[in-house]
Design a protein around this ligand. Structure first.
Ligand code: TXA
Ligand code: MG
Length: 318
């Protein structure tokens, strides 16, 4: 990996134009989305996308989400049936990724889909991501802008964290402040016409089921291809993580929620939206204290499903 210094760009027209130019030259650039910071590269350029895998140290079999400026651009890459159209209309732009069949003439580099004949598509709602997609005028493959297996970044400072971040490994980061949603997009796919929740995320599963008019089946996230009941270690702090803790054991840092106060809290008022937005930042802050981490119970409805999914991965055996 070459070690150049990473530019921090402002989210103004000049910074966005510079980021678009770097992307057109095949560089990897981190950008804010409403969920987490993404590490973007031109989805049509296999070498550019390879820089993402290299910078993240990511296993090459993991497919990436393709980000587009609007649903029309998405329809040039994937095939949308009635269900997919309905979800795109209801939730785009926004924190929803749809895994749909890849069009033959999509022009996406094979490394993006890891050779699958399906593709994950998302139209982000963040104004900076949107402006950059417009300026670049193409499709951007972008996983979260963290080293593989580490905590996802929700600020530019997380992306550049000298301890395990991407500083010196990528061309630039566009600093758009803190990500408002704070957990990754919800991923929906289909198997034999049945809609599946592949990953809980920023759009609550209940909202998706309401639009589809039927329940979502549970599908395995390709990021966690383990035996049933097992979750792969992911979003892992350096310290051990214990879940559903009503109180701290001696020597632990307790992350609270609602009535469980803790040393730090995801949301003192028990608000799941606030807890999602603060989740990764709070895990980092707890990790910096250098003690084992315990986390209070968080309800499993709405955004709580995504929060519990990420916490379970953070706590999974390494
Ligand atoms: O919110 C987000 O989704 C963020 C921001 C940057 O947009 N991105 C993100 O990407 O979380 P990433 O790479 O960390 O997660 C991508 C996941 C893969 O692990 C896989 O589970 C799923 O998306 N995925 C992508 N393409 C797929 C496909 N063709 N079939 C099944 N799953 C797919
Ligand atoms: Mg990720």
């Amino acid at each position: 990996m070459t070690s150049h210094s990473t530019l921090t760009l402002r989210p103004d027209p000049d910074g966005i134009a510079r980021a678009a130019r770097l992307l057109a030259q095949g560089q990897a650039v981190a950008l804010p989305t409403e969920t987490v910071y993404g590490l973007a590269a031109d989805a049509r350029n296999g070498e550019a996308v390879a820089r993402i895998y290299e910078a993240k140290g990511r296993p090459a079999f993991n497919p990436l989400i393709v980000h587009l400026a609007d649903a029309e651009a998405a329809a040039r890459i994937g095939v949308f049936d009635e269900d997919a159209l309905r979800l795109a209309r209801a939730f785009w732009p926004g924190p929803l990724t749809l895994v749909v069949p890849l069009r033959d003439d999509a022009g996406i580099a094979g490394i993006v889909t890891a050779g699958l004949d399906s593709v994950g598509l998302r139209v982000p709602a963040h104004p900076v991501a949107h402006a950059l997609l417009r300026a670049f005028d193409g499709s951007l493959a972008a996983p979260s802008a963290n080293r593989s297996g580490r905590i996802s970044p929700t600020t530019a400072a997380h992306v550049l964290d000298p301890d395990g971040g991407l500083s010196g490994r990528i061309a630039a980061v566009v600093d758009g402040g803190a990500c408002p949603v704070g957990v990754e997009s919800t991923i929906v796919g289909w198997r034999e016409g049945e809609p599946l929740l592949l990953r809980p995320g920023g759009v609550p599963a209940e909202a998706i089921e309401a639009v589809l008019g039927r329940p979502l089946g549970r599908g395995a996230d390709l990021a966690a291809p383990d035996a049933p009941g097992q979750l792969s270690s992911h979003y892992a702090p350096a310290a051990s993580v214990r879940l559903d803790a009503a109180e701290a054991q001696p020597g632990e840092t307790l992350i609270g929620f609602g009535p469980v106060a803790g040393d730090l809290s995801l949301s003192a008022s028990g608000d799941l939206t606030e807890a999602a937005a603060r989740l990764f930042d709070t895990l980092r802050a707890a990790d910096r204290l250098g003690r084992p981490i315990a986390v209070a119970p968080v309800p499993r409805h709405g955004l709580g499903l995504a929060i519990n999914d990420r916490l379970a991965r953070a706590a999974a055996p390494r």
